[in-house]
Design a protein around this ligand. Structure first.
Ligand SMILES: [Zn+2]
Length: 139
């Protein structure tokens, strides 16, 4: 029984760096696609919430003084920036999927090791493995 650590050195002379199996790549793709769908649903939900809240604010603005109007404008800006940040995350995931197709996604920029699938699913924009990330943060 070979331990996972042994397989790296076992008879693979010509491999310059670690490789990822097609199955693993598919797993990443599925995780990213699921993440993108989640984010799109979240974005749609946020947009319809914004529309609804805006409607409420407009129909409910009869007795507003300036402070009320200011609060409402602030709220609306908050909602829009939330929507924009979701959109940003969708773009990140889509870019990640493109890079995955090109074979340039999911490798640690510092040590060249594959970044675990779970980490990529949680943070599609991750460019460092957990170990290197922790080292970078400590400095
Ligand atoms: Zn690393």
């Amino acid at each position: 029984m070979a331990k996972p650590a042994d397989t790296r050195t076992a008879g693979r002379k010509s491999a310059p760096k670690a490789t990822r199996s097609a199955a693993e790549t598919e797993k990443i793709r599925a995780a990213l696609a699921a993440r993108r769908d989640e984010l799109r649903a979240e974005y749609d939900r946020t947009l319809s919430e914004i529309t609804e809240l805006q409607r409420d604010r407009l129909t409910d603005s009869a007795g507003d003084d300036q402070a009320d109007t200011g609060t409402k404008t602030f709220e609306r800006e908050q909602e829009i920036s939330l929507a924009n940040s979701i959109l940003e995350r969708i773009t990140q995931v889509e870019r990640a999927l493109e890079r995955l197709d090109e074979g340039g996604y999911g490798w640690c920029e510092r040590c060249g090791n594959p970044i675990p699938v779970e980490r990529l699913a949680a943070f599609p924009s991750a460019t460092l493995c957990v170990t290197c990330k922790q080292l970078a943060e400590r400095r």
